[in-house]
Write a protein that binds this ligand. Structure first.
Ligand SMILES: Nc1ncnc2c1ncn2[C@@H]1O[C@H](COP(=O)(O)OP(=O)(O)OP(=O)(O)O)[C@@H](O)[C@H]1O
Ligand SMILES: [Mg+2]
Length: 182
């Protein structure tokens, strides 16, 4: 079971949307996907609450962050999904550290024209490095920025943000989630 967290301490950057888009894409391709909703606002749980509207192949659960390790073990034993996605709240809270440490990969959604999105992603990336250096026992953290809310034709502000990401040595995925109209 591959575990991916969606994290950025800035609210509204598109964590839950990116999580759901990626869940949908993998489910459509035939993978079984489970989303752990670690945001106390329960956004993903709400979006997927209607049984008949939920795409097949996606299941969702809520977990107590303090018991995330046990929750993931149970999940692997009972459902054994191919992919486990963890949606986090847009804040610095204990759930963030716990989930980052339990994930194989952390995706940091960022709209490249937003200085605040980039600033918070840098903070979270620094936090991941510190966490693994202190408690990782040699494990290396893996994180990538995921560009969100971009337009099909990138603007100068987008290019500037992408330059900043390069300058700050924040690695990013080549793919991006563009501005959606719905
Ligand atoms: N690619 C996109 N195109 C257009 N709108 C988007 C996109 N991604 C997210 N949004 C919109 O931005 C808002 C915030 O998105 P979302 O809830 O996914 O962010 P979040 O980071 O999970 O927020 P929070 O920190 O509150 O959990 C929502 O109104 C959502 O519809
Ligand atoms: Mg959210």
């Amino acid at each position: 079971m591959l575990t991916i967290s969606f994290a950025n301490s800035k609210g509204g950057v598109g964590k839950s949307t990116a999580c759901l888009c990626i869940a949908g894409a993998y489910a459509k391709a035939g993978s079984s996907v489970h989303i752990v909703d670690l945001d106390s606002n329960g956004t993903i749980s709400r979006w997927l609450s209607k049984e008949d509207a939920r795409p097949p192949g996606i299941t969702v659960s809520k977990a107590n962050p303090q018991q995330l390790g046990v929750h993931l073990q149970e999940l692997a034993r009972r459902l054994s999904p191919d992919l486990c996605l963890i949606d986090l709240a847009g804040a610095y809270e204990v759930a963030l550290s716990i989930a980052l440490f339990r994930s194989h990969l952390t995706l940091l959604p960022v709209c490249p024209s937003s200085e605040a999105d980039i600033f918070e992603a840098v903070r979270v990336a620094g936090h991941i490095k510190t966490l693994f250096a202190a408690k990782g026992q040699g494990r290396k953290p893996l994180f990538r920025v995921l560009l969100t809310k971009t337009t099909t034709l990138l603007t100068l502000a987008h290019f500037h943000g992408m330059d900043q990401l390069r300058r700050l040595k924040l690695p990013r995925l080549a793919g991006r989630i563009s501005e959606r109209t719905a």
